[in-house]
Design a protein around this ligand. Structure first.
Ligand code: GYE
Length: 359
């Protein structure tokens, strides 16, 4: 039976060769040289329209009843950040290492909730065993999650959460603790400013749990522990480097008394660094910069003295995702929240840690 599914699918990156997961420095030759995967990947890349669904019909992996493999539909948000690319690479790399036991159906929603919902509906139609996805925003999932539940397909929320009203509509969430991350960032800022000064905040995507909760953790920790530090501006940079730069430029135009920047991700922090340099100031010295994620670029910036800290957010979730999916397929119950273990890094730690960064 032929069913339609998003063109940017399981084969998309399998043929790229450079693909690596968090656990490995280089992909083994076989994942790059499988002819079918390579061909399919190439054509998927060329033919995939800028957004929405592919026009071409493709053979869907067999539904669970006819397939011993674990079939997981993954509806990725998009490619907004280095962190996101790290997660995608890890998921696709891991699946490529386990083709004997795993079928991954991968969709890229190009930053749009409606595309994520379409992809999830596709997965339901295909009868995948488990659906995994990072909800781009917290709200608006009731209908599609109810459909998944009615179809008997367990859902894993990956790296972001949904609002309380959907608490009974998913099996588990595998993610970091964003409130903790925000509080850690506040402690670095508070310490480096010695408890006094003006901070601007570059927020993540409006409505995303990663943005809402990092803000909550950061703002509350500052208010509690550092009452003489003010947040003088807080605006979204949508988790992208380009917008982080743009918003920082406008902050710098309206304030010449900015002592620190907290960016909800490292990509926006890197954008802010560019804006600060272009404004003739020294990032990391004149203005303290702290981000979240722990991407390689942030460590390079810290080694260069241009950034002061980052709170890690682990994107290497593939093994946990597929292990958990296998348990759910087998009818086992799993914890409602599987929390990642993250580290906090300051400029002085960066040089030693840089070689260990995998994303
Ligand atoms: O911090 C950011 C990405 O949801 C935890 O999304 C994730 C966040 C991550 O775009 O860089």
């Amino acid at each position: 039976m032929r069913k339609k599914f998003l063109a940017v699918s399981l084969a998309t990156v399998m043929g790229l060769g450079l693909l690596t997961g968090c656990g490995s420095e280089s992909a083994p030759a076989e994942s790059a040289s499988e002819p079918a995967a390579t061909e399919e990947a190439a054509s998927a890349k060329e033919e995939a329209p800028a957004e929405e669904e592919a026009s071409a019909e493709e053979e869907a992996p067999a539904a669970s009843s006819a397939n011993d493999k674990l079939v997981v539909g993954f509806a990725q948000i998009g490619q907004e950040s280095g962190w996101r690319d790290g997660e995608t690479n890890d998921v696709q790399w891991y699946a490529a290492q386990h083709t004997d036991t795993i079928d991954l159906v991968f969709a890229d929603a190009q930053q749009k909730q409606e595309n994520q919902i379409k992809a999830i509906r596709n997965f339901i139609d295909m009868g995948v065993d488990v659906i995994a996805f990072p909800p781009v925003v917290e709200t608006g999932w009731e209908a599609v999650l109810t459909e998944a539940q009615e179809a008997g397909i367990p859902v894993i929320l990956v790296d972001r959460g949904v609002d309380e009203s959907c608490a009974d509509l998913y099996a588990t969430q595998i993610s970091s603790d964003f409130i903790w991350e925000g509080a850690q960032a506040a402690d670095i800022v508070g310490d480096l400013l010695e408890g006094k000064g003006n901070v601007v905040e570059l927020e993540g995507t409006v409505g995303a749990s990663a943005a809402n909760e990092r803000k909550e953790g950061f703002d509350n920790e500052l208010a509690d522990k550092y009452p003489d530090i003010q947040i003088i501006e807080s605006q979204t940079g949508d988790f992208t480097r380009a917008l982080g730069k743009e918003v920082m430029e406008s902050f710098l135009k309206s304030h010449n008394d900015i002592d620190a920047v907290f960016a909800h991700n490292d990509d926006m922090a890197l954008g802010a660094i560019e804006a600060i340099k272009e404004a003739g100031k020294k990032p990391g010295e004149d203005i303290v910069i702290v981000g979240c994620d722990g991407v390689k670029g942030a460590f390079e910036a810290m080694v260069a003295g241009e950034m002061n800290g980052t709170v890690e957010c682990n994107p290497c979730l593939a093994e946990q995702i597929f292990d958990t999916a296998a348990k759910l397929k087998a009818g086992e119950t799993v914890d409602k929240w599987i929390v990642s273990n993250d580290g906090v890094f300051r400029q002085e730690d960066a040089e030693a840690e840089l070689p260990n960064r995998t994303y």
